[in-house]
Write a protein that binds this ligand. Sequence first.
Ligand code: NDP
Ligand SMILES: O=C(O)C1=N[C@H](C(=O)O)C[C@H](O)C1
Length: 267
Amino acid sequence: MSKIRVIIAGPRGKMGKSAVNMVHLNEQFELVSVLDHKHDGKMLNDIDGFEKYTDIPVFTNIEECLQKSKADVLVDLTTPEFGYLHTKTSLQYGVRPVVGTTGFTKTQLDEIKQLAEEKEIGCIIAPNFAIGAVLMMKFSQMAAKYFHNIEIIELHHDQKLDAPSGTAVKTAEMISAVRKKKEQGHPNEKETISGARGANIDGMHVHSVRLPGLIAHQQVMFGSEGELLTIRHDSYNRDSFMSGVKLSIETVINVSTLIYGLENIIE
Ligand SMILES: NC(=O)C1=CN([C@@H]2O[C@H](COP(=O)(O)OP(=O)(O)OC[C@H]3O[C@@H](n4cnc5c(N)ncnc54)[C@H](OP(=O)(O)O)[C@@H]3O)[C@@H](O)[C@H]2O)C=CC1
Ligand SMILES: O=C(O)C1=N[C@H](C(=O)O)C[C@H](O)C1
């Protein structure tokens, strides 16, 4: 069976490094190139820390990268702005995107869905690749059928660009699909300092903590008369996300539409 040819966008990043390693170690994948806006004309093994990866060109331009790489899949682990551009361009060139980058708007997600359907090309956007995090979201959705009073606290490292996290937004969306509509808190509650109650997604409040030392953590709190249920997930390193990236690369090859969230492909 021929190998799945993979491009990684953002190889020097925290996630990109782990993804380069995972693809390199996996016999069914071949890393054919990387997209890195700061290393024009070099090979990957010219970049500090990547010496062992030989014969892999580095492109700075997404179109040139897609034209020359003859890839099946582009894995994007960059920033919300560039991740969106890379995803759309990749679909336009018939290369299937697997997107871990978070911070896309609803309108951007709708555009990507429409483009994937027009082109009949698979695309997976996963706000969280960690299997435990996907279970945390599914368990929260189950609990929300019984507990309607919910607050979400997400905690991340202080280099994160987007808030709230993609995982928190996805969790709130999954809960909203089953929860009776409700505005959390007292009907007359008033913030004396703006932002005190966090972001509001469909009446649920989402609180974003940013501290050095953290990686990626979330707890969903369900309050009821005389009891509190807390569902929590912690990622302690970026390798926790790699089984989900691997599964997404294997899956995206066989689908022809947008899949938003790993809960849609995990049995
Ligand atoms: N779905 C999931 O499970 C997970 C998703 N994420 C998401 O993945 C994304 C990356 O996270 P993380 O690795 O922590 O972030 P980092 O900041 O460590 O890495 C991002 C990398 O992308 C590079 N980059 C920026 N713009 C471009 C561009 N135009 N072309 C190519 N490379 C570019 C950056 O380079 P430079 O710094 O030189 O600008 C940097 O090396 C974020 O959106 C994050 O939220 C993170 C963890 C898990
Ligand atoms: O930036 C991160 O680190 C992470 N981003 C994703 C998100 O926004 O949910 C996934 C995970 O939480 C780590």
